[in-house]
Design a protein around this ligand. Structure first.
Ligand SMILES: [Zn+2]
Length: 294
């Protein structure tokens, strides 16, 4: 049946499958802060190529750059600024680079779930998707010694059963959907779930501006200073509104000599405001859940 032939129950059912419920934006953030800042880094590394078949040694080396140069440069930046962040890591990337994950945890950051091999959830059969997320959670825990409490789905792709699996895992939050600027409660088929959504946006994702593909016309189209300007404006407005500023970056995209200044200068800019709280995604989700305004 074509979409224009659906009855109301059909199109309403699709929309209601996973929906934004009540806002979980608190009146003020931790210690009375006016704005919360959640920095995240998706350490996809080689899995971006592996999930597409792993044919290209060149693209696999690009992924390895994320581990060799990207993550260390990012960790040094975070350490110099003394701010915590969250790293979302596919289990296969964690197995390829266990020492990186141990360092991330040792330096006070959070590691969250990001699929098994960066598979696209809607392309995996439901039973298999469940098995992969459960295996990924156990794998990350084995490597880091910490049980993950949040998930960012690979490519922010969400299947009909993704939320159900996240709930089965007992997760505190998801960070893959985009119905708001500020945290909200996820509602599944009309029923509030108690799970926190920390919303993402392509606007606040470095990959959108910088990705490139040698064999298509896909090239970076925004100069790095312009990307910094967009991120600053997103923060400035979040600060003005007393909301959440959540940013997604990738070590194999922003960890370069000519781009790391974006993270450095953005943090400097944010730190010029003294009533800002930098938290891990887990810290911010927990605070929002416990302190939602109404
Ligand atoms: Zn990813």
């Amino acid at each position: 049946m074509e979409p224009w032939e659906w009855d109301e129950a059909t199109w309403r059912g699709k929309v209601d499958k996973v929906r934004a419920g009540r806002s979980l934006k608190p009146k003020t953030w931790k210690n009375g802060a006016r704005c919360a800042v959640a920095l995240s880094f998706d350490s996809d590394h080689e899995t971006n190529e592996l999930r597409d078949g792993g044919e290209s040694i060149g693209r696999l080396s690009w992924g390895q750059y994320g581990n060799r140069r990207g993550v260390p440069r990012i960790l040094e930046t975070l350490k110099a600024a003394d701010v915590p962040a969250t790293f979302f890591v596919p289990a296969v990337a964690a197995l390829l680079h266990p020492d990186e994950q141990k360092r991330v945890i040792a330096e006070g950051h959070e590691i969250g779930l990001h699929g098994w091999i960066h598979e696209v959830n809607t392309k995996v059969p439901p039973d298999k998707e469940r098995e992969l997320h459960l295996r990924a959670a156990d794998t990350l825990e084995k490597i880091t010694g910490v049980r993950a409490v949040g998930m960012r789905t690979p490519s922010w792709d969400f299947s009909d059963v993704t939320l159900e699996i996240e709930r089965e895992l007992g997760l505190l939050y998801d960070s893959s959907l985009m119905a708001d600027d500020d945290p909200y409660e996820l509602v599944e088929n009309g029923v509030p779930t108690g799970m926190v959504e920390l919303p993402v946006e392509w606007i606040r994702d470095d990959a959108v501006y910088f990705n490139m593909n040698r064999f298509t016309a896909h090239r970076p189209y925004t100069p790095p200073p312009a990307v910094l300007d967009i991120f600053k404006r997103e923060f400035d407005r979040a600060y003005q509104e007393g909301g959440l500023f959540l940013l997604t970056m990738h070590p194999h995209v922003s960890g370069y000599r000519s781009r790391i200044f974006i993270l450095e200068e953005l943090i400097q800019h944010i730190k010029q405001h003294d009533d800002v709280w930098f938290g891990t995604h887990a810290d911010i989700a927990r605070f929002a859940k416990e302190n939602a305004d109404g």
